[in-house]
Design a protein around this ligand. Structure first.
Ligand SMILES: [Zn+2]
Length: 479
């Protein structure tokens, strides 16, 4: 058996998280503080997320392209709000080719600037619109308080950048991405229930007119921003001098959107589903959906291994991702423990007695439930079992989110709830930045979003100042 147990989630959630990430083989720190090495198991999960997003990005009419990682500092500085927002996080290359550069080059913190500089060349007439483009890329944002997979100085993501004739069309785009791309992937692939909402002005993306967000809840009661989609208005077009000739023959500025989801989703998966035994992966993103562990004795090794290999082939023929763990140097107990730690949704044990009885033992990672299944029926039954695991994981996470959502009547109640990171607090807000700032100072929590399709709060008054409420806001401590 693997020696040291994980820290308990309830005792030390950050230590639990750090050890799961490392021991499950997801990622590790690199020589550059705040930057990470994504290991094969973590990268396989990212690739599954990437595929799910990319399929939907293309299905909604977008094409992929690629811009360089280096951006002239002057181009980055052209949109003042953007550069003010990102200045402290921007890393610059000042020397290359054996000499000082005439102009420093920034490592992109995000690509609005360089892309809108190009859109100025690509957009001349309304006939050139809309531009519906996305890139898969790495970005660099110097992190002073890094946390692996969640806040790293370099991370992987996709960033969509679109240009539209009308405000209506751009706003529709932003919401299509929020609902049909991001929420669909996060809820139906990652099994993480999310709140969909708008950001308050102070939490908006620099330069955005409106930022829409998905907020998920982690098992320590803190929120994680899972993806954002920004309506940028005409600000970027103005800053980069992008105009087009409209249907009426007049010169106008196009409307912009941008939207992104990143490798922090892998960290979110760990924290939304993991338990004291380690990771629990939804089947839709698990690199191995099923692990087969043969239980062998010396005298029946050959038959059991042959049966296990044949079973693996049958399951693969059903389209399942299967790992046959026939390592000789480890005992079955060690293997059970390791695949639990690594979150494999379903384990199949096959031994000589099972073989004689024509059955196998199937264990679910999400509930720990075990069942005996006829060997001949297994390949037919496993897809439905995995679908059930996927649905049960979402239902369990949603029940947890509901349990951890409070509707406080008073400010004192809200402060107590948020200070202990109880979870989401849903309450009226007057829209005042003073009230937002006061709650943040008292609780370390921020307004995560103003949910779309608002349900009423306990009171129609601002929970902080008692004035009439403008919207229901959801507060939480956040990653
Ligand atoms: Zn107020």
């Amino acid at each position: 058996m693997s020696a040291v147990r994980l820290p308990q989630q309830s005792q030390d959630f950050p230590a639990w998280y750090g050890q799961v990430v490392r021991r499950a083989g997801l990622a590790e720190n690199s020589p550059v503080r705040g930057a990470m090495v994504i290991k094969p198991y973590g990268y396989a999960i990212w690739e599954a997320i990437q595929r799910a997003l990319d399929d939907r990005i293309k299905a909604t009419g977008h094409e992929n392209l690629y811009f360089p990682v280096l951006v002239p500092a002057s181009v980055l500085a052209q949109e003042s709000t953007l550069i003010e927002g990102f200045a402290p996080e921007v890393a610059l290359v000042t020397r290359a080719g054996g000499k000082e550069l005439d102009e420093p080059l920034a490592l992109r913190p995000t690509s609005e600037a360089v892309i809108w500089a190009a859109y100025g060349r690509w957009i001349e007439s309304y006939r050139d619109l809309p531009l519906l483009y996305n890139q898969w890329a790495n970005v660099v944002r110097w992190e002073l308080r890094p946390r692996i997979l969640l806040r790293t100085s370099e991370f992987l993501w996709q960033e969509g950048h679109t240009a539209h004739e009308t405000e209506d069309e751009a706003v529709r785009e932003v919401l299509t991405i929020l609902h049909d791309v991001y929420a669909d992937v996060v809820e139906n692939v990652l099994a993480m229930p999310v709140l969909r909402g708008r950001k308050s002005a102070s939490e908006r993306f620099p330069g955005a007119v409106e930022t829409y967000t998905l907020e998920a809840l982690m098992r320590d009661g803190k929120a994680l921003q899972a993806a954002t989609s920004h309506f940028l208005g005409q600000g970027f077009a103005r800053a980069f001098g992008v105009t087009y000739t409209g249907r009426d023959g007049e010169e106008q500025h196009p409307y912009a959107t941008s939207w992104g989801a990143s490798t922090r989703l892998v960290g979110g998966l760990v924290m939304a589903h993991g338990d004291d035994a380690g990771l629990r992966l939804p089947p839709a993103v698990a690199p191995h959906q099923v692990v087969i562990v043969p239980i062998v004795r010396e005298d029946d090794r050959v038959q059991v291994l042959a049966a296990a290999a044949a079973l693996a082939d049958d399951l693969r023929a059903e389209g399942l991702r299967v790992r046959l763990d026939d390592r000789e140097e480890h005992r079955p107990g060690f293997k059970f423990h390791e695949w639990e730690l690594r979150g494999v949704p379903c384990r199949v044990e096959i031994g000589p007695r099972d073989l004689a009885a024509g059955s196998v033992t199937v264990a679910r990672r999400d509930t720990g439930a075990k069942a005996t299944v006829a060997l001949a029926a297994l390949a037919g039954e496993l897809p439905a079992l995995l679908a059930d695991v996927q649905a049960a994981m979402f239902a369990a996470a949603r029940a947890e989110q509901e349990r951890r959502t409070a509707c406080p009547d008073t400010y004192a109640e809200m402060v107590a709830w948020l200070r202990e990171a109880g979870g989401f607090a849903r309450a009226g807000w007057c829209g005042g930045e003073d009230c937002e700032a006061r709650a943040k100072a008292d609780t370390a929590a921020t307004i995560r979003c103003l949910p779309l399709g608002q349900r009423p709060a306990a009171s129609d008054r601002c929970v902080v100042c008692g004035e009439a409420s403008e919207a229901v806001a959801v507060w939480a401590q956040a990653y």
